[in-house]
Design a protein around this ligand. Structure first.
Ligand code: HSE
Length: 417
């Protein structure tokens, strides 16, 4: 039996999961890869003397780089550096690179794909979006005969868990966040999750893949869920839906991309409305297929590790050939400036008099607005849905209304998925 030697960078949650999957599924993996996969090195600064594979640990990346037997390097460290430096070094030295690192792919994907192509190596990252959900391969291969027009996804498990608790149990945001932390669903510093940065990286990776040129997180409007209150959740319910953190990208008629991450009202009829708890759901709209929806565990040790190991198997099977996975570097002006595209919004206002008066006043600046009434509306509070207005126009109208004595309590987008 031939042997494929690999190295694993990082023995955290995902890296240790990769070892676990390789050890527990060794026979079936060997059958599928047609070679036995042997972990020759695990790079970590910590020591794990109690582990049965303690002898493969090293703290020296150069040992891995200089070892010609290692043909595939698996990176599960997370963070941009040193992951990027290691990825470049491996792809410049004859080693294919598999990663679960969304920061790395979102920031440097185009560059690393080009380097892999130049050197006839593979750079694979199925686990970087959607954890255990297959989504990179489906978009790049299975749906390749389609023109993808839109992608919308619930791409962050932590925030989906928090919102689910707010919706189902009327738990306040702060309490739901601390429960997520107690259960290990949220990091001690959950800012990348609750402020939307994590979901933004993932929608950028999907947009780059589906539309063929790199989209950077800095080019994307990102809102998190920290401003969402139980009142907003109650209004979403009265409107006929739920609040979800959505990452979405749409191809506009102009050929530009509209891309954003924001909490949105989603209709109960939507395929994404019942994606709850820590689950992720991704809807890909293609011209031939219509809507295709992917659902599953978007994070966690074994789901993510299984996607990493599947990439390793693919690499072993294609050591001398490149898998078709590529996008170009960013094109200037590819992303439509935020705030110009017409959207639908929910707006919550409060006036000094009655709710009816607040509604009448709001309609002077937002003539098409329809009222949404929730139970236990506060005195003077009014909820509105406003259709087909750009963020810039809405902001102007709300500025005028607040100058005229109405308090703007919140505004949340309404999704059309
Ligand atoms: N915190 C992330 C999530 C982990 O909840 O989805 C996976 O990227």
């Amino acid at each position: 039996m031939k042997m494929a030697d690999i190295a694993v960078l990082g023995h955290g949650v995902v890296g240790s999961g990769v070892l676990e999957v390789l050890l527990s599924h060794g026979d079936s993996i060997t059958r599928r890869a047609k070679e036995a996969i042997r972990v020759r090195y695990v790079l970590d600064l910590r020591e794990f003397p109690e582990l049965p594979y303690a002898e493969v640990f090293t703290k020296d990346f150069d040992r891995i780089l200089q070892d010609p037997e290692v043909r595939i390097v698996v990176e599960c460290m997370g963070g941009l550096e040193p992951a990027f430096t290691y990825a470049k070094a491996c792809l410049s030295n004859g080693k294919s690179f598999v990663t679960s690192n969304k920061e790395l792919v979102a920031a440097r994907g185009a560059e690393l794909l080009a380097l892999a192509q130049k050197n006839n190596l593979n750079f694979l990252f199925e686990a970087s979006v959607g954890g255990g959900i297959p989504i990179i391969r489906p978009i790049s291969q299975c749906l390749a005969a389609n023109e993808v027009s839109e992608i919308a996804g619930i791409l962050n498990g932590t925030t989906n868990f928090i919102l689910t608790k707010m919706i189902r149990e009327r738990m306040a945001f702060a309490d739901a966040l601390s429960l997520a932390q107690q259960l290990g669903y949220a990091e001690r510093d959950p800012s990348a999750d609750v402020e939307g940065a994590d979901a933004c990286r993932k929608i950028c990776i999907l947009a780059s893949l589906a539309f063929g040129s790199h989209v950077y997180p800095e080019d994307v409007h990102t809102e998190g869920i920290t401003q969402i209150t139980l009142e907003d959740v109650a209004y979403a319910d009265a409107w006929g839906g739920v609040v979800k953190l959505i990452g979405e990208v749409k191809m506009l008629d102009s050929g530009k991309l509209s891309i954003q991450v924001a909490p949105m009202f989603i209709s109960r009829e939507s395929q994404l409305a019942n994606v709850d708890d820590v689950f992720n759901g991704i809807l890909v709209r293609g011209d031939a297929t219509g809507d295709v929806v992917f659902y599953g565990k978007g994070a966690g040790k074994l789901p993510t590790a299984s996607a990493v190991v599947a990439d390793v198997i693919d690499c072993v099977k294609h050591l001398k050939a490149r898998k078709y996975l590529f996008w170009e570097d960013a094109k200037p002006d590819r992303v439509e400036p935020y705030g110009t595209v017409p959207e639908d919004f929910f707006v919550r206002l409060q006036g000094p008099e009655s709710s009816d008066q607040a509604f009448a006043q709001a309609r002077t600046r937002l003539p098409g607005a329809a009222r949404i009434i929730r139970r236990d509306e506060a005195p003077g509070e009014v909820g509105l849905s406003v259709g087909g207005i750009s963020e810039n126009q809405l902001r102007m109208a709300l500025d005028q209304l607040s100058g005229e004595g109405l308090r703007v309590l919140n505004r949340v987008k309404i999704s059309d998925f």
